[in-house]
Design a protein around this ligand. Structure first.
Ligand code: T3D
Length: 257
């Protein structure tokens, strides 16, 4: 169905695998279109309650395909039509999105990883704000997510120097949630994603929506967001199930509704 990515469901989790390994899964125009379609599919399929994004081969993603940039191309066009909608679709998806960082994440590949809700890194993973090495500035959301994850000073250092951050450093700096061995990587990602996919999806979506809004809001606004979110969550089937399971001293079985 797709040429540059693969899309499959495993249990209640959808998996998107960037699949141009000879180019370290660099983005080209086709991949932008296919990512948009795959993310949309994962968002609208009610049986999918978590999304994993990973890469085929030894890399996660090396960012924009530098061998396909047409001379005189308007980069803002590529961002506005390709990367920006993709980043917004990930952030706007009211389901957990996990980036399984199997290898190097460079340039916009790093930005893609940072836009996800969780990052699980293999010990082979690394992160490079590679833009500066080709005279560019971080894009596709890096200037937004990077300082929020690592703080302003570290963000400045990583963006300006473009040094490679290895997996252990990424964990230390707060770029990744979990660091796992290469051999356990897929199993760890599957287990984590399926765990999330069996949780109260509506509540997770609300947490995601309002945590993201909290950065641009004052306390009064956040208190009101919480009240609105709690009304919606409080009327959900999963809340009823959670309460019943607690009172009946059994494990809850959430449906995401
Ligand atoms: O342009 C616009 O539209 C504006 C938007 C920009 C967004 C961006 O993402 S700009 C930043 C683009 N990305 C980069 O600058 C990273 C370029 N790649 C690298 O620096 C290195 O490849 C890595 C550090 C990621 C990995 O290094 P290494 O030594 O492990 O692998 P390698 O040998 O450099 O790469 C392996 C192959 O992949 C190689 O091809 P070959 O020689 O085997 O035929 C290499 O050319 C290719 N490759 C790697 N990255 C890209 C790529 N080909 C096209 N585009 C790439 N980004």
């Amino acid at each position: 169905m797709f040429e540059t990515i693969s899309y499959e469901t495993r249990g209640k989790t959808a998996w998107i695998t960037l699949n141009r390994p000879d180019k370290l899964n660099a983005f080209n125009a086709v991949m932008h279109k296919e990512m948009a379609a795959a993310i949309k599919e994962a968002g609208k399929d009610d049986s999918v309650r978590a999304l994993v994004i990973t890469g085929a081969g030894r890399a996660f993603c090396s960012g924009q395909d530098l061998s396909e940039s047409p001379e005189g191309a308007d980069y803002s066009d590529i961002l506005r039509k390709g990367y920006n909608p993709m980043i917004k679709a990930i952030v706007g998806m009211e389901k957990p999105v996990i980036c399984a960082v199997n290898g190097v994440a460079a340039g916009a590949g790093m930005s893609l990883a940072l836009a996800c809700d969780f990052r699980i890194a293999s010990e082979k993973a690394s992160f490079i704000e590679a833009f500066i090495h080709v005279g560019l500035v971080p894009d596709a959301g890096s200037l937004y997510f990077l300082p929020r994850l690592v703080g302003h000073a570290k963000a400045m250092e990583l963006a300006v120097l473009g040094d490679k951050v290895n997996a252990a450093q990424a964990k230390e700096f707060g770029l990744v949630n979990k660091l796992v061995s290469e051999e356990d990587f897929v199993m760890e990602v599957e287990t984590f994603a399926e765990k999330l996919a069996h949780m109260p999806t509506k509540a997770i979506g609300l947490i995601k929506r309002y945590l993201n809004k909290s950065w641009e809001s004052d306390l009064n606004e956040v208190l009101e967001f919480e009240a609105q979110a709690q009304k919606i969550a409080g009327e959900s089937h999963d809340h009823q199930e959670g309460l019943a399971a607690f009172l009946e001293k059994r494990k809850p079985s959430y449906t995401g509704k």
